[in-house]
Design a protein around this ligand. Structure first.
Ligand code: PEP
Ligand code: MG
Length: 588
């Protein structure tokens, strides 16, 4: 294969499969640079005010464009329009405009400096307010002023939802809130400098079936908007400015890949049943309600993990009880009696929530995250629990607590749930009093006391993403240590085996909902360990079903017994690859 002179081949982490040939859109969120402070001559002041007014109009136009797009999209986007409307008013705020112009004139300084001064005064006012609502308005003003500053400094301020042409997004980093805005069709694929396989940005890409390669380190320096790029989201290969020959080869690969995916559809309504009759329940993970259609289309037998925190992203205020109810009810009704496991808020770590204004943490993955945040903000927790409980009257809903580290936390969460139930009963509001209560096993201390936790839980769901992160001490979003993120590390397999035993001994069900569940080879290992429930992104469901139907439970048990005797992840991977070579050969 020969490359054109300026072709560049890069290797990253292929985190969402698919072959794409397309045009790059270098995404620039317009990070705010330090403001320059200048004293001006009186003759320059009119021009400075003109610059300020222009930046103000530009900012307003940008927001209006986003609003129009959201309006066209309808659906969930409608919720954001109200927030945008409130923000538009900030650009018309006479106090902000008049004060900035006055400071430019009186202090004879540049518009950026004047705007900063006015912002500081306003923020002092808002910070001193007791009311949470007004405090949040303060942060709206800050964001809007930052937009004006970016425009004043001539920087671009892009938003993923504004991208018009079908493109490959290339960015230094993308957050889950960016991925959640990606519309399939418009975003053909994305590439980032940073990131890991189990970051929530990567997980979202798999859920939305948008091919992606992350951890490319310097891709933003290698491409320009308009470049042609070939991407293989399975192998992590990226070819910038490919030759015609390379394009042809990848076009053929793409056709084969699409054919493979189409063929998989015949497994949609078949059970994941081994050749010797053992059945595994194959469920789906969702982040936003809109993903449900794709899960149903891929034959999901329930929702094993609803990452409810996505309801809190891309907005400026907390969701109301009614919004919770509406989302969960919709999912439960669409699943038509099949189980729906709603995980309570797991914000923090790589899913920050700027409007909560939490303190900066030097170690957010181990900080005030998930259930810990809910204990700190019981008001937020209870609003969500009320929504979940109310929705439980409309379908087969179960609740699950994330990041439980020991029995004391489980008891505390359950006692808040009980309190919430009592309140609903007193108000005469309907809910399912027997709703099952489960926990994620994703913190090593929880795995070590799984026998104790099993006595007080209805089910376990093993979150391998965090369990690996915390057991091997590997930041799941850091591309520099991604090579150490080894799902088949003997420690991980041992810990999972121990949790499964604890659950079986206590007679409660145990499943896997981390990304490992959706990797066909590991699905075989889980089958061999006796796990009966696997929950994964839409894109993995059919592949896993197909593979389970091609092996026997006896073989899977034998494979598990053997790998448990190995010392390293590498030996385990090599053994799995050779033992399963026959059935894995058509895998993409
Ligand atoms: C996990 O940690 O494996 C998990 C499923 O939760 P999340 O990826 O949302 O942290
Ligand atoms: Mg987790």
């Amino acid at each position: 294969m020969s490359f054109k002179k300026d072709s560049i081949l890069m290797k990253g982490l292929g985190v969402s499969s698919g072959i794409v040939i397309g045009t790059v859109h270098l995404f620039d969120r317009g990070e705010l640079e330090p403001v320059q402070y200048c004293h001006l001559d009186s003759r320059a002041l009119d021009y400075e005010i003109e610059r300020f007014n222009k930046a103000l109009t530009e900012s307003k136009d940008q927001i209006l464009r986003i609003r129009n797009k959201l309006e066209e999209e309808g659906g969930q986007a409608k919720e954001h329009i109200q927030i945008i409307d409130a923000n538009l008013l900030i650009f018309e705020d006479q106090m902000l405009i008049d004060d900035t112009i006055k400071v430019i004139r009186e202090d004879k300084i540049n518009a950026e400096w004047a705007l900063k001064k006015v912002l500081t005064r306003l923020m002092e006012l808002f910070d001193n307010m007791e009311d949470e609502y007004f405090k949040e308005r303060g942060s709206d003003i800050e964001q809007s002023v930052n937009r004006i500053l970016i425009n004043l400094m001539g920087k671009k301020h892009e938003n993923i939802s504004e991208i018009d042409e079908p493109s490959i997004i290339v960015a230094h980093d993308l957050g889950p809130s960016d991925t959640a805005q990606m519309a399939k069709g418009k975003v053909l694929a994305f590439l980032t400098d940073v990131g890991g396989r189990t970051s929530h940005t990567s997980i979202m890409a798999r859920s939305l079936e948008i091919p992606a390669v992350v951890g490319l380190e310097s891709v933003t320096h290698q491409v320009e908007t308009g470049d042609t790029v070939v991407i293989d989201g399975t192998t992590g290969t990226v070819i910038i400015n490919p030759s015609d020959k390379v394009i042809e080869v990848y076009q053929q690969k793409r056709v084969r890949y699409e054919q493979y995916n189409q063929d998989l559809h015949r497994y949609r309504d078949l059970p994941a049943e081994t050749t010797d009759g053992k059945i595994v329940e194959i469920m789906g993970n969702i982040e936003i309600v809109d993903e449900m259609g794709s899960l149903i289309d891929h034959g999901a037998e329930g929702i094993g993990l609803y990452r409810s925190e996505f309801l809190y992203l891309n907005r400026r205020e907390l969701p109301t009880e009614e919004e919770h109810l509406e989302a969960y009810k919709k999912v439960a009704e669409n699943m038509d009696g099949k189980p729906v496991i709603i995980r309570t808020l797991d914000i923090g770590g790589d899913k920050p929530l700027p409007f909560l204004d939490l303190d900066e943490e030097s170690n957010p993955a181990m900080g005030l995250r998930a259930i810990r945040l809910c204990f700190d903000r019981v008001d937020i927790f209870k609003t969500q629990l009320r929504g979940i409980l109310r929705a439980s009257a409309f379908g087969n809903i179960k609740v699950m607590f994330p990041m439980i580290s020991g029995v004391h936390e489980l008891r505390r969460a359950k006692s808040i749930l009980e309190e919430t139930k009592e309140e609903l009963t007193a108000e005469g509001i309907e809910y399912n009093p027997d709703m099952e209560v489960g926990i994620m096993i994703e913190v090593p201390s929880a795995a070590l006391v799984a026998d104790l936790l099993a006595k007080e839980s209805d089910f376990f769901s093993i979150g391998t993403n965090d369990l690996i992160q915390y057991t091997i001490a590997i930041d799941r979003v850091n591309e520099h240590v991604a090579y150490l993120f080894e799902p088949s590390h003997p420690a991980i397999l041992r810990v999972i085996k121990q949790v499964v035993k604890a659950a079986n001994d206590a007679g409660i069900s145990v499943g896997i909902c981390g990304e490992m569940a959706g990797e066909p080879v590991y699905a075989i290992v889980f089958l061999g360990l006796g796990i009966k429930h696997l929950s994964m992104s839409a894109g993995s469901l059919l592949k896993v079903k197909k593979l389970i139907r091609e092996v026997s439970y006896e073989d899977a048990k034998d494979i598990c017994d053997t790998i448990m005797t190995f010392d390293t992840a590498r030996e385990i991977e090599e053994f799995l690859a050779s033992r399963l070579a026959g059935i894995l050969k058509e895998e993409y």
